[in-house]
Design a binder for this molecule. Sequence first.
Ligand code: PEP
Ligand code: MG
Length: 760
Amino acid sequence: MHAHVTGPRVLLRSLREAMAGPLEPQERLNRIVQQVAAAMKAQVCSVYVLRADNVLELFATQGLKAEAVHTSQLRVGEGLVGSIAASGRPISAADAANHPAFAYLPETGEERFKSFLGVPMKRGGQPLGVLTVQTTHSVQFDEEDVEAVETAAMVLSDLVASGELTGLARKGKELDLSAPLTLRGDRLASGIGMGHALLHEPRVVVERLFATDEAAELDRLRTAMEALRHSVDVMIKSNFEGVQDAGESEHLDVLESYRMFAHDRGWLRRLEEAVSDGLSAEGAVERIRQENRTALNRSSDPYLRERMHDFDDLARRLMKELTGSSPLGDGLTRDFIVVADTMGAAELLDYNGPHLKGLAISEATATSHVVIVARALGIAVVGRAQEVVARAETGDFLIVDGETGDLHLRPAEDVRLSYAERLEFRARRAAHYDAIRETPAVSQDGTHINLYLNAGLSVDLPQLETSGASGVGLFRTELQFMIASSLPRLGEQERFYRSVLDAAGDKPVTFRTLDIGGDKILPYFRADKEDNPALGLRAIRLSIDRPGLLRMQLRAMLRAAEGRDLKIKLPMITMVGEVDQVRVLLDREIAMQEQFGNTLPNSIQLGAMIEVPSLLWQLDELMGKVDFVSVGSNDLFQFVAASDRTNAHLANRFNPLSRPFLRALRDIARVAGRTGTPFQLCGELAGDPLSALALLGLGYRTISMPAASIGPVKDMVLSIDLPSVTQMVNAMVDDRVGSQTVTEVLTDYADHHGIPLFAV
Ligand code: PEP
Ligand code: MG
């Protein structure tokens, strides 16, 4: 015998009424369980809601003893109800008492009931509770029964998620939903972000689950479906264009199945039916998606499961079309943190605006494109944030601490206040840096210091103006390549470099040729797998092996800089002969421009990055061959200390602020000074005021750093007497006993001389 008589559609209509009425939360719940029980011809319907202490509390029941409500409880994993919450899957049992997971709760009086069907209430991946029905007679629940109860569970999930039930839990207990949650993730971009969570993949909220104007909803649904079909067609077209061999066509099969689903009449029909049952367009998409998920969980056929995943993804895209989650940045009026499983760099840029404060993301690493862009935007990023993605709801308060890697979801008042204080302190500092933006970076004794910017993307360019930097000391050209989906062509490169020079105006710009390989990977660039990519075929080595790529880049730079000054530097030079090889290519490109009658740059300078220790013993030869040198302290230190710069376990083990490393930096400065070769340093070291103090003492007068560091470093420069700093730093570096660490010596000196050292 089957349980249902009315089916999911009729049930949905009556639930809609229960949700719309002006009822107290407990009343609403009571009404819902009554309606589900009636629709299912069941004697019992109960709702268990998950609390923060991982206990499921009976919140409402039709059929069990009334006194059990808010008394009866089960741990997650305990009994049938606890098992459903733990597994996230429905359980149906014709003879519940004989089910292996059964646990008897005497206070409920459920011994009278025979058959059981329970389904999880969820939001995203997060369990919120369990909805059950029970009958006195033996019943074999079928798929339609499960679907009907799942529909009701979906409505209830939204009710729980809306926060309306928060006050109902047993005294002193909180729902999981509203409890503060602190998690430690990966620090991917520094800074502190505070604001309201914004889910990149939006979920349906309760107001939108039902709708009154059926015709309007059908209209919205059809428009969104049209847009979805169009976007899938465009996606397929652009993917087919680049395909040359059959090996690349595998992902096209996936796209073809997208097209099949997107044009599937059955899907649209089911969605339309759901709308005529009273659901909003979003509610309909969610319901059909859930039905498919249930089918997916039941199927063991791998092919079918894959297709179901495709379908799930497509449903998500349709939802996005409906909720219009595209360019939001300027439209959002309060500070927000984007919360995402994964996202592309371009998608993050869609959110860019004054209120974007941070990103909590599950699947990303320090070199993911989205993280590179986030850093350029100056927002805090914490990775490995799966749990926050599952538990956050749009609107929840969230703090992203890029310094510690902590994520605070719905933080308690004291946590929030202490972060607010830190932000306020930072804001005061920022106002101060803003006030000295136009002040030249001149030390007390009158020495001018060049504070330059490290950049690489269009979003960095406004920072030339806002930071007060006096030039771009390092333009990382590979970033344009890294965030592109295919190799940027000559014209694109030229346009981009021209826009950089335009933005810089009179300020100098130093472009670095492609520095790929190691941790900088181009998805469309096929390279052999290397055991030690950091020591492998990377940067200038790759450029020399693939001169076509380098020549194209040099050509783009020459054209972009017509009539202006062009400075180019080469990454990862190991032997001075490599500079000669590049110079031959550059000369050939210059000759070609002349041949075509193109205007050349006013001046062309070629420099080398000092990043590989072997150069330390070829300094004199090197200076004779280049127009300038630039120390890449990140890589130089990584190779001097044999310590992978991307390895978190080594992050605090060795410090570049150490005598041996500073001695190496001093050697470079001395040889450059002696030979009259302009020299600079661009690496994270330049951006830390304490380290920058040491660099100035070693003789560096041009240092290039991230935008956020310009203010704090300038603040330091303005207060120092350089001859005194020079003496102190040299004595410290020459000190063979070293009873104090470099950091201690520098900090003491700064304290004694009132030098401000606010790290970024
Ligand atoms: C460096 O190595 O210090 C440097 C500036 O280059 P990148 O960080 O891009 O490797
Ligand atoms: Mg480097």
